[in-house]
Design a protein around this ligand. Structure first.
Ligand code: THG
Length: 636
C-alpha cells in the first residue's frame, strides 16, 4: 500500500491524473426499484431502502463494479468507492447505521478489485482507489434552525467517531487514499481530518488524504461562508495531504475564478471535478463531454490543475473526453510561498512582511471585561456578541475569547459563544484566539471553529509530556499556538529565563512534534510595571529585549503579548494606562513585536502622548531612574 502511495505521488509530479465520474447519477440511470435496493438480504428490512446507493455494494456488487470498470476503461487513473454516505450519521436515515463498517469494506474491495484487474491489463498505467468520504447531511458550523443560530444538529466528537468507523472499513478494504469530498462546511472536514489522525495513531498506518471543497454559488464561498483561500488555510494542517481541490455544485465553466484562486495558494497538487453543469429543470446535467473537456483543457493549459475528473452528471464518455483533452498538458507546478503565519476565519489572514502590528481584540474575555463577564453570566449572549462585533469594527484582526470565570461552565460557555460567533459573518470573518488556562476549554473551543485559529496558550508549566501532547492536539485541530514563557519552575521573569524557556519550547515543537515554526507565537510575558516592587523594575525592558532575541534566534516564530497587563497597577486611571500601552507598543513593535492582545479601538498614538506624561511613562518602561514609579503615580 505504501508502495502504491509513493507511485501515486511520483505520477502526480509527472502528469495530470484523471479521476472518475459520478457514481450517483450512473446508478440513477439503472432506475432501480425498492426490491432491487433490498436484494435478498434486506427483503424484510423495516424501513424503505430505495435511494440508499451505498447499500448496493452489498446488494448489487455487479452493478457497482460495472460502473468502476466503465470509468477505468474510459481512462480514469483513480476510482472513488461508492461510500459517499457510508457513515453512521447518513445511514441512520435508513436504519442501516449498523452496517457502516461492512459497507465501506465491501465498497473498497469492489473498487480495489476493479482497479487491480485494470492494472493487470495495462501495467504501464497503474490504477488507484480513493475512499470517498462525504460531508453527511449535518453541519457543524451552521444551525438548521433559523431561530436558534447557536444550535447544532451534531457534535464534532460524534462526526469524528462516525468518520473513524468509515475510515476503518475503507482502510481494511484496501483503498490507496482517503478522499474527504464535497466539503461545504470546513468544520466537518476538520472532524474528518481529526479522524484520519486518530486512525493513524491507533493503527500505525497513515493513508494519504485528498480534500475537495464545494463552492455553492458565484460568491465563491462554501456553504459555511469561507472563501477558497480561507478553506485551504483551514485544512492545510492535514497530515499526508496529497491534494486539495474543488468538486460538485457549479458546472465546469463557473469554476474558473475559484480553481484559479486555489491554485495560486495551495502548496499541494490541486484537483477539480465539477458537475456537468448546474442541474437543469429536470434535475439533469447538460454539459457535453466535448464542452467539459474543453474547459478542463483550458484549466490545464493555464496551469491550474494536477487532477481532473467529473462530479454529478458526468459519464464514462465525459471522463474519456477529459482524459484525452489533458493528456498532453504538463501538471500544475506547485508554488513555494515563504513560510509565514497564515490564519483564517471566513476570510484568510496572512501576516506578510509589510503587515503592521496585529490587533487581537481583548474585550471578549470574562476576566478582562466586567461588562462581558456580566453579559455572559446573565446569559445575554446577544449583547455579548455585540462586544465581539465592536472589537472587529474597531480594528481587531483576531478575536481573543476567554471564559475562565469560577461561576461559569467554561467549556459550555466557550461552545455557546463560538457557535453564535460562527453565525455572524461580520465577526466570524476574523480568526479566533481560544484563550483559557484549562486545556479542556481550549479543546471545546477548537471544536467550534472552522477556520485556522490560535490556541492561547500552551506552556512547559506541567512539563514536556503535557506540552507536547497539547501541541499535537492543537495541530490536529489545525490551530497555531501561543507559547507562554513558563516552565516547570514557573513564569520566566528575567531576560535569561525568557530566552531559555522560549528556545527550549521552540526546539521541542519543531523537532519533536514537527510543528511548523511559522505557526508558533511566543508570549514572553507582559507583567505589570510600576508596582512599587524592586524586582518588577526591569519587566518592560526585559520583555523588549526578549522580543528582539526571539525574532533574531527563533526563525519564523512570532511574538505577542497581553499589552493591558502592563498597567494593572494603574487601574482606574485611564489616561495613564493608555499612555503606558501606547509607549510600550511603540518600542515593542520596534523590537519586533508582531501582535498583541489589546483593547481594539482604544490604542492611543505615540506621537500624541502628552510629553510630560510620556517622559514619566518611559522612565518606568526603561527603568531610567529610581523614583520613576513615584513620579508616574504623582502625575496619575
Ligand atoms: N498573554 C496571553 N493571553 C492573555 C494575556 C497575556 N490573555 C488575557 C490577558 N493576558 C490579556 N487580556 C486582557 C484583557 C483585559 C485587560 C487586561 C488584559 C484589562 N481589563 C480591565 C482591567 O482589568 O482593569 C477591565 C476593564 C473593564 O472591566 O472593562 O486590563 O498576557 N497569551
Amino acid at each position: 500500500m505504501t508502495d502504491r502511495a509513493a507511485t501515486l505521488r511520483r505520477l502526480l509530479a509527472d502528469r495530470i491524473l484523471v479521476l472518475d465520474g459520478a457514481m450517483g447519477t450512473m446508478i440513477q440511470r439503472h432506475d432501480l426499484d425498492e426490491a432491487a435496493f433490498r436484494g435478498e438480504r434486506f427483503a424484510a428490512w423495516g424501513q424503505p431502502l430505495r435511494g440508499n446507493n451505498d447499500l448496493l455494494a452489498l446488494t448489487r456488487p455487479d452493478l457497482v463494479g460495472g460502473i468502476h470498470r466503465a470509468f477505468l476503461d474510459a481512462g480514469a487513473d483513480l476510482v472513488e468507492t461508492n461510500t459517499f454516505n457510508s457513515t453512521a450519521v447518513s445511514q441512520a436515515d435508513y436504519g442501516t447505521e449498523g452496517l457502516v463498517y461492512e459497507l465501506n469494506l465491501a465498497a473498497a474491495r469492489l473498487a480495489r478489485d476493479a482497479a487491480d484487474r485494470k492494472t493487470a491489463e495495462t501495467p504501464e498505467k497503474p490504477r488507484f482507489v480513493a475512499g470517498a468520504i462525504g460531508p453527511t447531511s449535518r453541519t457543524l458550523s451552521l444551525s438548521p434552525d433559523v431561530n436558534d443560530p447557536g444550535f447544532r444538529a451534531t457534535t464534532f466528537d460524534a462526526l469524528r467517531d462516525a468518520y473513524r468507523e468509515q475510515i476503518a472499513g475503507l482502510a481494511d478494504g484496501g483503498v490507496d487514499v482517503l478522499l474527504i469530498e464535497t466539503v461545504f462546511d470546513t468544520l466537518n472536514a476538520k472532524a474528518a481530518i481529526s479522524a484520519v489522525v486518530r486512525h493513524a495513531e491507533a493503527t500505525g498506518t497513515a493513508l494519504p488524504v485528498m480534500l475537495s471543497g464545494t463552492i455553492v454559488d458565484r460568491s465563491g464561498r462554501t456553504l459555511s461562508g469561507q472563501t477558497v483561500e480561507a478553506f485551504w488555510l483551514s485544512v492545510a494542517h492535514c497530515p499526508n495531504l496529497l491534494s486539495v481541490g474543488l468538486n460538485c455544485a457549479l458546472g465546469s465553466q463557473q469554476m474558473r475564478p475559484f480553481i484559479e484562486a486555489l491554485s495560486r495558494v495551495a502548496t499541494v497538487p490541486v484537483s477539480l471535478y465539477p458537475n456537468a453543469g448546474l442541474p437543469n429543470a429536470m434535475g439533469g446535467y447538460d454539459e457535453t463531454p466535448a464542452f467539459m473537456a474543453g474547459q478542463m483543457r483550458a484549466y490545464a493549459e493555464a496551469g491550474f490543475v494536477n487532477l481532473v475528473g467529473g462530479c454529478c452528471g458526468t459519464t464514462p464518455a465525459h471522463i474519456a473526453a477529459i482524459a484525452e483533452a489533458v493528456a498532453g498538458c504538463p501538471p500544475r507546478a506547485l508554488p513555494t510561498p515563504e513560510p509565514t503565519l497564515r490564519l483564517s476565519g471566513l476570510e484568510p489572514f496572512v501576516v506578510r512582511p509589510d503587515t503592521n502590528f496585529v490587533n487581537i481584540g481583548e474585550r471578549t474575555n470574562v476576566t478582562g471585561s466586567r461588562r462581558f463577564a456580566r453579559l455572559v453570566l446573565e446569559g445575554d449572549y446577544e449583547e455579548a456578541l455585540s462586544v465581539a462585533r465592536q472589537q472587529v469594527e474597531d480594528g481587531a484582526q483576531l478575536l481573543d475569547v476567554n471564559m475562565d470565570e469560577g461561576m461559569l461552565d467554561g467549556e459550555a460557555a466557550m461552545q455557546t459563544f463560538l457557535n453564535l460567533v460562527a453565525a455572524e459573518p461580520d465577526i466570524a470573518r476574523v480568526p479566533v484566539v481560544v484563550d483559557s488556562s484549562r486545556w479542556a476549554v481550549i479543546e471545546a473551543g477548537l471544536k467550534c471553529v472552522q477556520g485556522k485559529g490560535v490556541v492561547n496558550s500552551v506552556s512547559l508549566k506541567e512539563g514536556e509530556a503535557a506540552f507536547l501532547e497539547q501541541a499535537r492536539r492543537a495541530r490536529e485541530y489545525g490551530a497555531a499556538v501561543i507559547v507562554m514563557a513558563f516552565d516547570e519552575d514557573g513564569q520566566a521573569d528575567s531576560l535569561e529565563r525568557r530566552k531559555q524557556v522560549c528556545a527550549r519550547a521552540y526546539r521541542l515543537l519543531t523537532e519533536e512534534v514537527g510543528f511548523p515554526p511559522e505557526d508558533i507565537i511566543f508570549d514572553p510575558n507582559v507583567f505589570a510595571v510600576a508596582t512599587g516592587l524592586e524586582e518588577h523594575r526591569r519587566y518592560a525592558l526585559d520583555f523588549l529585549e526578549a522580543t528582539r532575541w526571539i525574532k533574531a534566534h527563533l526563525p519564523h516564530a512570532r511574538v505577542s503579548g497581553g499589552i493591558s497587563n502592563l498597567s494593572f497597577s494603574f487601574r482606574g486611571t485611564h489616561r495613564v494606562r493608555e499612555a503606558m500601552h501606547a509607549a510600550f507598543l511603540y518600542h515593542a513593535v520596534r523590537a519586533g513585536l508582531d501582535m498583541g492582545i489589546v483593547n481594539a479601538g482604544q490604542l492611543e498614538v505615540y506621537a500624541e502622548i502628552e510629553p510630560e506624561l510620556l517622559e514619566r511613562v518611559e522612565d518606568v518602561l526603561f527603568d531610567r531612574r529610581p523614583d520613576a514609579t513615584e513620579r508616574l503615580v504623582e502625575i496619575a
